[in-house]
Design a protein around this ligand. Structure first.
Ligand SMILES: *[C@@H]1O[C@H](CO)[C@@H](O)[C@H](O)[C@H]1NC(C)=O
Ligand SMILES: *[C@@H]1O[C@H](CO)[C@@H](O)[C@H](O)[C@H]1NC(C)=O
Length: 434
């Protein structure tokens, strides 16, 4: 061989070694858990290991997870007609009551929704049980397609209904409060002997199983209502001192504060509180809200205030003689974990997803934080912008739910391979893929 050939061979060998090195370091750079055969094209096949690493906040998992979310962008399913048997099978709905304890303690839910059927359905399949009852208030402003989609979902279950009176809901407006009341009026007529009602929006997700919720309410709260809040602080007074009006126009609606001062004081001299719009209320308290003259007068008085759902429930629940009242309570109750923008670095580590209206929509980097929270629910989620977050939450909650069951677990209750989640229409997910 001549010199040229030798140098060519040397060059080729060196290149091969360099390539091998790059290949190996690119593999080694990802400290994946042992036995984790991870390839982004196959995200769907290895979500359990990936989710575990994400809940531990492992940096490599965050990088890989982000790649996965880029590759598997789900498309919104929109208001397609629902095939119920297919929906129940493919989304692993739990179709039996899992314990006597839960059978003896049914819950009612109010879901106020206005968009994003996929996120709603993801939430719904996490909270659905046959012994509970669910009222869904669909914003009167939403598209007919969305309403039909929600109706299609509700029609698959005997214990789910749409509120028959639907408000045009304005953020921060009275209509938001009225929406809950509409559902309550129908829920109190229900044959289901529900003990507590919980309100949710379409972007919440449970951090507790149904059984854990029941235990929490039975042991810690014992017929008391949970309405986190404090005496109305000075900087919130503008919400109730002036007349506010809702404006609704196509594409945009809002509440404005007028110059006009609200005449007269709070009815019956009630002391106003300020707190969370989210609550857990006993059935007796709901009956009280719908029939007590003071409650009814406070409701009428609240019509032109700002965000009255943030004073109405807590004010009534601080009255000494309301059923299940808790006059001395403050923020306790842990109904929601929310990352507020103005609380960043104060009581949370910042939002790793994105903010909407100063509230964090959770991203992959928030999973570690979420797993450590002890609250009943967390807000907000968007299945289509953070599909792996949704996947991981579901794969974290469902095994917990099943492990607490007293009845034999049906094969179909285990969460299916995530290809079903990403591409429900093209996979026959009714056949277990495992
Ligand atoms: C619903 O889906 C099931 C299972 O995939 C199928 O057998 C049935 O024909 C479908 N029903 C309708 C009305 O399309
Ligand atoms: C929606 O609002 C209109 C009035 O603007 C009302 O006639 C209709 O009944 C409402 N829809 C529902 C479901 O309540």
């Amino acid at each position: 061989m001549n010199a040229a050939k030798w140098s060519f061979l040397l060059c080729a060998t060196v290149s091969a070694v360099i390539c091998l090195c790059i290949y190996i370091t690119s593999k080694v750079k990802r400290p994946v858990p042992q036995g984790w055969k991870f390839d982004c094209a196959e995200c769907g096949d290895y979500p359990d290991e990936l989710c575990t690493a994400l809940f531990q906040g492992k940096a490599a998992a965050l990088v890989l997870g982000a790649e996965c979310e880029q590759i598997h962008r789900p498309e919104a399913t929109g208001g397609r007609p629902v095939n119920c048997s297919r929906l129940l099978a493919s989304h692993s709905y739990i179709t039996e009551t899992l314990s006597q304890e839960e059978a003896d303690f049914p819950l009612a839910y109010i879901l106020a929704v206005h968009k994003d059927l996929d996120t709603l359905e993801w939430l719904f399949r996490a909270i659905y049980t046959p012994q509970n009852i669910y009222c869904i208030h669909v914003d009167n402003k939403t598209s007919e397609g969305f309403r039909q989609g929600v109706q299609g979902l509700a029609d698959c279950f005997h214990n789910v209904f749409l509120a028959s009176r639907s408000e045009k809901v304005v953020y921060g407006g009275f209509s938001r409060l009225q929406a809950d009341i509409n559902c309550m009026e129908e829920l109190v007529l229900s044959q289901v002997k529900w003990k507590y009602v919980i309100n949710l929006c379409g972007q919440d997700y449970p951090l507790k199983t149904n059984r854990e919720l029941v235990r929490f309410l039975r042991s810690r709260w014992k017929n008391k209502n949970i309405t986190p809040g404090i005496v109305q602080p000075e900087h919130m007074r503008h919400r109730t001192s002036h007349v506010h009006r809702e404006y609704i126009s196509p594409g945009q609606s809002y509440v404005i504060k007028t110059q006009k001062r609200k005449a007269g004081g709070v009815p019956h001299g009630l002391k106003l509180y300020f707190g969370s719009a989210y609550y857990v209320l006993t059935r007796e308290f709901v009956n009280f809200v719908l029939t007590d003259q003071r409650a009814k007068d406070l409701l009428q008085w609240s019509r032109d205030t700002y965000s009255p759902d943030e004073h109405y429930w807590v004010t009534l629940n601080r009255m000494a003689d309301a059923p299940g009242a808790d006059p001395n309570a403050e923020w306790e109750g842990n109904v929601r974990s929310i990352k507020w923008l103005d609380q960043a670095q104060v009581n949370h580590n910042g939002c790793k997803g994105h903010y909407v209206r100063s509230i964090c929509v959770y991203g992959l980097g928030d999973l570690e934080w979420l797993a450590q929270k002890d609250s009943l629910f967390a807000n907000k989620f968007e299945v289509n912008s953070h599909p792996l977050v949704a996947q991981c939450m579901e794969r974290w909650l469902r095994p917990k739910t099943l492990s607490q069951s007293e009845v034999p677990i049906q094969q179909g209750w285990h969460i299916k391979n995530n290809k079903c989640f990403f591409d429900i229409e093209n996979n026959d997910c009714s056949i277990p893929l495992m």
